[in-house]
Design a protein around this ligand. Structure first.
Ligand SMILES: Nc1ncnc2c1ncn2[C@@H]1O[C@H](COP(=O)(O)OP(=O)(O)OP(=O)(O)O)[C@@H](O)[C@H]1O
Length: 737
């Protein structure tokens, strides 16, 4: 809904095991406008101050250290990384002592002033040397700062690239149920979370900054003590100024609101929710068709006006309302005393100067020195706390980054290679369900109950039944996207759980009902049907032809190189009205601009039927066009759902020049017929709502209802039985009369 402030987005989950907004002992509730904010109650000297000690906090750091060590070792494997890293550390450390060196020179200037007051003489050479040193420090500080920023770029890029591959691998290796698990998704999200250059860079720069900050503060404070110990009231002024910067920091942290605490906000104001919904209805292009056709303008205007009046002036996005509320809350005890406290050093100084007017110049110089150092000191600590949140949280992110590559998959791999005989498998494999029952993860409802059937090599099976009866689930279980809960599935007589997963999936081809297209080029989308032949353009084109997709692909301006959805959008400002296309794509303006004056261009829009032909082409790529394909079982989930009749009957395609001898024959026939001819002896299993040509040819029809197989047999048998299948078949037949 909104992005949390930076300091809050880090460092929450692993400390607070659970967060229950209703737990009033631990959670404070505040009503802000239409929003209910729930904040975990925090002890003042608990988590609020980054780096403060508690056992859990240190344990967290201790647990993460081996992973940080691993990260440092991994950095050595990245080209030139250690050179940049070492230089970065050296420059960072050198920078951290510059303020102390400047302070030393300033102290020397103080001594010169003091001597001048006492003796009325100035050592000019010494003054020149000290002034040069002081100026040199400033110049060196600037140069080192520049060098640090210049080193940060190549270093962070190297780390980013390395860990992007790491994250890619970690995500790619997960199976479906593991990937769908919300806990796993969260784990991945947390491991990928980073502000700028990735987790590794953030951690590395945090460590360098932590050490530099420590050196900076220690050296500055000790230098300040050394410089001021002989100055009149130096120590008193230093204490007042440092306490002032502490007060400042404390009030900032408090007013930053939740610091590092856990919080959540929701709105229960139905009028506000409705207002936001209506606002989207009138703003987004996807609703406009129905909005206009449904004549909704007047009704929506009235409802929106009424809802707005009821909500009053309290409506607003949470971040906006929250920011305003925090501004009001900023009037804390610390913030009230902060201002008068600032005047205290001046008051002390004035009192002292009245007592001994001769020391005014020296005192003035030391006051200035102390104030500058104290404000630097406060700023350094605050900047560190703000940038990195908590050290423990940052280090814990590294642990998560490494842990995600070890997330166990829910579907364990088998050990038996499959098939034993590739030629035989290619010519069809058999599949058998024995008393299979299955529930989806975290679901109480049985998706399949006691399902048994057998298809022998070369047979055509069709599963028919109402929505939600379990048809697609049968296909998913054959692919081992999930494992059965009871019973077993056998492929060529072997329990699929014993077979090597890669081999099993290599031998089966599936076209899902809810197939997706990858945000890659059309060529790649088809080629991924058979990754081992992805570079073979002829096969890709043949697969496109067989799937009935070649003709419309060729008509696209970029043909097979067209991206259906470009993963990298072009960005542009508000272009002059006459600009209709840019970079070959139409200029589009959405109802709501996502980022100031930036707008992304999207890819081409294909019809549902064209999209499905692409998906069919990918299936053909996998199963038909390659000589060495080991696919022996073809699964189709509602393959003709969005194909128009022309496409199904191949009329459009009959004009295609066919590349293979017998191709023209079956292009003119209906899709099922084409599939039947192309498959040779491969076993096929369809799930379909449609009865008709497909079921008439089926060797086995499974009529499913409410997760069980109610009837099984061939078309004529099931018609004769006059049960659910016959009823539905007659209903569908009547619809076409
Ligand atoms: N990912 C999932 N998580 C939980 N339940 C699911 C999931 N997918 C399907 N189901 C449930 O499993 C049951 C069987 O679904 P399935 O998709 O196999 O039905 P179907 O016969 O293919 O339906 P349709 O004809 O609409 O595609 C349904 O009750 C459905 O709600």
């Amino acid at each position: 809904m909104f992005s949390a402030p930076k300091s809050t987005s880090k460092g929450q989950s692993h400390r607070a095991r659970t967060f229950d907004p209703e737990d009033s002992k631990r959670v404070k509730h505040t009503r802000i406008g239409v929003w209910d904010l729930y904040e975990e109650k925090q002890p003042i000297f608990g988590w609020d101050i980054p780096g403060t000690s508690t056992l859990e906090y240190y344990l967290e750091i201790t647990r993460s250290l081996p992973y940080v060590w691993q990260m440092l070792k991994d950095m050595s494997s990245i080209q030139n990384c250690w050179i940049f890293a070492t230089l970065y550390v050296i420059v960072g450390l050198a920078l951290s002592v510059i303020p102390a060196a400047s302070l030393w020179y300033s102290g020397q200037l103080l001594t010169i002033i003091q001597t001048a007051i006492d003796t009325r003489t100035v050592d000019k050479d010494f003054l020149v040397r000290i002034s040069a040193g002081r100026t040199g420090c400033a110049v060196l500080g600037r140069l080192l700062g520049h060098a640090k920023a210049s080193l940060a770029y190549p270093l962070s890029n190297r780390l980013k690239q390395h860990y992007t591959m790491h994250l890619f691998h970690a995500r790619a290796r997960l199976d479906l149920p593991t990937f769908e698990d919300p806990a796993v998704r969260r784990q991945i999200e947390e491991a990928s979370h980073s502000s700028r250059g990735g987790v590794a860079w953030d951690t590395f720069s945090m460590m360098v900054t932590a050490v530099s900050t420590a050196i900076n503060i220690t050296s500055e404070v000790s230098m300040l003590v050394a410089v001021l110990k002989d100055q009149p009231d130096g120590t008193l002024l230093a204490v007042i100024c440092l306490s002032q910067s502490f007060l400042n920091w404390f009030s900032e942290i408090k007013s930053a609101g939740q610091g590092h605490s856990v919080w959540a906000a929701t709105t229960r104001n139905q009028d506000y929710v409705k207002m936001r919904g209506l606002m989207r209805v009138v703003s987004l292009p996807e609703h406009r068709k129905e909005f206009v056709a449904g004549n909704l303008a007047e009704y929506c205007n009235t409802v929106f006006r009424e809802a707005t009046q009821r909500v009053g002036y309290e409506a607003g996005d949470f971040p906006e309302v929250w920011r305003h509320w925090k501004g009001r809350r900023r009037l804390s005890f610390a913030s009230i005393f902060k201002e008068p406290w600032k005047e205290l050093p001046q008051i002390v100084f004035t009192l002292r100067s009245m007592q001994s007017p001769a020391s005014i110049p020296a005192s003035l110089a030391s006051l200035n020195l102390i104030q500058t150092t104290a404000s630097n000191f406060g700023f350094t600590v605050y900047a560190f706390a703000y940038q990195f949140g908590s050290i423990a949280d940052q280090l814990a992110t590294v642990r998560k980054l490494y842990d995600i590559v070890n997330i166990p998959n829910r579907i364990p791999d088998g050990t038996v290679p499959f098939p034993e005989d590739a030629q035989k498998a290619k010519a069809g494999i058999d599949v058998e369900f024995r008393n299979v029952s299955f529930r989806y993860p975290d679901s109480e409802i049985w998706a399949l109950r006691n399902v048994s059937f057998k298809l022998i090599p070369g047979q055509l099976g069709v599963i028919v039944g109402a929505n939600g009866s379990g048809k697609s689930t049968v296909l998913k279980l054959i692919m081992r996207l999930y494992d059965v809960e009871e019973g077993e599935i056998l492929i060529d007589g072997r329990d699929i759980r014993t077979l090597k997963l890669g081999d099993l999936r290599q031998s089966v081809s599936v076209l899902f009902q809810d197939y997706t297209h990858f945000p890659l080029s059309i060529r790649d989308n088809i080629a991924l049907g058979n990754p081992s032949h992805a570079a073979n353009d002829d096969q890709v084109r043949l697969a496109a032809k067989l799937g009935g997709a070649e003709e419309f692909i060729e008509r696209l301006p970029e043909g097979f190189d067209t991206y259906l959805e470009r993963p990298v959008p072009d960005h542009y400002s508000a272009l002059p009205e006459g600009t209709k296309t840019i970079f070959g794509n139409p200029v589009k303006y959405g109802g709501i601009r996502r980022a100031a004056d930036m707008q992304s261009s999207t890819g081409h829009n294909l019809s549902g039927g064209q999209m499905q032909r692409l998906a069919v082409a990918r299936t053909f790529m996998r199963s038909m066009v390659s000589e060495d394909s080991t696919v022996g079982l073809l699964l189709f989930d509602e393959p003709s759902a969005s194909l128009d009749p022309t496409a199904e009957h191949g009329a459009l395609l009959s004009t295609c020049a066919c590349a293979v001898g017998s191709l023209s024959g079956f292009l003119a026939k209906d899709l099922f017929e084409r599939l039947r001819q192309l498959r040779g002896d491969k076993t096929m299993l369809f799930s379909s709502h449609r009865f008709g040509s497909l079921t008439r040819h089926a060797d086995l029809i499974l009529y499913m209802n409410d997760s069980v197989i109610e009837e099984a047999g061939i078309h004529s048998e099931l018609l004769a039985r006059d049960g659910g299948y016959a009823r539905t078949w007659k209903l569908q037949a009547q619809a076409f009369i």
